[in-house]
Design a protein around this ligand. Structure first.
Ligand code: SF4
Length: 383
């Protein structure tokens, strides 16, 4: 079976080239064709020797994930649903802003952590994505957007691993994907512009700090253990004290000198002024330099939870700000296409219907993707 070249970081690709009897430096050329130019056809890789292209045709491929749907929000946010086989689908969201283009990438089909406020968590866990399935989201989005917008320069300036799944529970596939994002011959993103978001897998936070320190966001959501045990079940294994110590250790390696704490605002659950005061106490006692990002909750029926009022969010933010913490309130983006934070995968019913949706839309969409890949078309039609 042909090897998918999206599965390799540069080192892995060099080893693959050597296994074909080729010099290591060929890997750099090949890597640039795939990631920087978005080439998927070996015949297009004009500066590779014909003998190498012939070998590659026999042993390798650049295979994207089939796109099931693409939705474009009124605010320009784009959400793709990718087919990862066996009725599973993952979502990827592009968020354009005036000074950046951020891609939110999934790391797992479903998620085992089961946070109460997260629609992915309510689906349960299906499987880890492979490295190529993580990178295929970036590869597709970057080159689709360039083609769609008619530009040759980079469109995606920031990547956040905040889509479906807990990235640090898929560590072996995650790290090579991060390395490709950072590689100057790949996407050339700085470590500050690649963010891994975790619910607090403490041992893997330590490993990430050693292996591939990028910016780190931690889903906090509660200022004390009994509430966090309920909202983020992983807290029972790695309680707040351990989590905060791991954050402090991470900062010794991190490209930024702070941790971003994500805090989803849930009406009557974690949004009382007393919770804000406890948060101040928690971070001050821990000594972790940090920023807070307050996230308006996007309600879905199975959660039984409601979004905090604007007043409650503002009052909460004020307490943190007055206490000296940099605090932002996340703008909701892509509300009209269910692309806002915590809405990925739509709802549980959506996912159970994925098989039907795939069979209905696959033929049309696969053709559109093929058209895009061969540059014979100016992109896919939007839903
Ligand atoms: S918030 Fe993240 S870690 Fe928690 S269930 Fe959702 S995807 Fe998993």
């Amino acid at each position: 079976m042909a090897v998918n070249l999206l599965d390799f970081d540069l080192e892995g690709l060099a080893a693959f080239c050597e296994s074909l009897g080729e010099k290591k430096f060929r890997a750099t050329q090949l890597f640039r064709w795939v990631h920087q130019k978005g080439a998927s056809q070996f015949d297009d890789m004009s500066d590779l020797a014909k003998s190498l292209r012939d070998k590659l045709r026999g042993h390798a491929e650049v295979r994207a994930l089939p796109v099931i749907t693409q939705h474009i929000s009124a605010d320009g946010t784009i959400k793709w649903l990718f087919d990862v086989g066996n009725g599973d689908a993952v979502e990827t969201v592009f968020i354009p802003e005036s000074d950046r283009g951020t891609l939110c990438i999934s790391s797992q089909a479903g998620c085992a952590v089961g946070c109460r406020f997260c629609s992915t968590g309510h689906q349960g866990f299906s499987r880890n994505l492979k490295t190529w399935e993580i990178l295929a989201q970036l590869w597709f989005a970057e080159h689709f957007l360039r083609s769609h917008l008619g530009v040759s320069d980079r469109v995606i300036s920031n990547v956040v691993m905040m889509g479906m799944g807990e990235p640090l529970q898929n560590y072996a596939a995650l790290v090579p994907a991060l390395k490709v994002m950072l590689d100057d011959h790949g996407y050339g993103l700085s470590r500050r512009r690649v963010t891994v978001s975790t619910s607090g897998v403490v041992p893997m936070m330590d490993r990430l700090g050693e292996d591939c320190p990028v910016a780190l966001a931690v889903s906090l959501h509660a200022p004390e253990d009994s509430l966090r045990d309920n909202l983020v079940p992983l807290n029972r294994k790695y309680p707040l004290k351990e989590l905060m110590e791991a954050c402090r250790r991470y900062l010794a390696h991190a490209p930024r000198d702070f941790i971003t704490f994500e805090y989803c605002m849930l009406d009557g659950v974690n949004d009382h002024p007393e919770h804000a005061k406890l948060l101040l106490q928690l971070v001050k006692e821990s000594g972790v330099p940090c920023k807070f990002n307050l996230i308006p909750f996007n309600p879905f029926p199975a959660s039984g939870l409601l979004r905090s009022s604007n007043n409650a969010v503002q009052a909460f933010a004020r307490i943190l700000l007055d206490g000296g913490l940099v605090t932002t309130i996340r703008k909701t983006r892509g509300d009209d296409i269910d692309a806002a934070c915590g809405q990925l995968a739509g709802d549980v019913k959506d996912r159970t219907n994925v098989g039907t949706r795939i069979s209905k839309q696959r033929t049309v969409m696969l053709q559109q993707v093929r058209d895009f890949e061969t540059r014979g078309n100016d992109g896919m039609r939007n839903d």
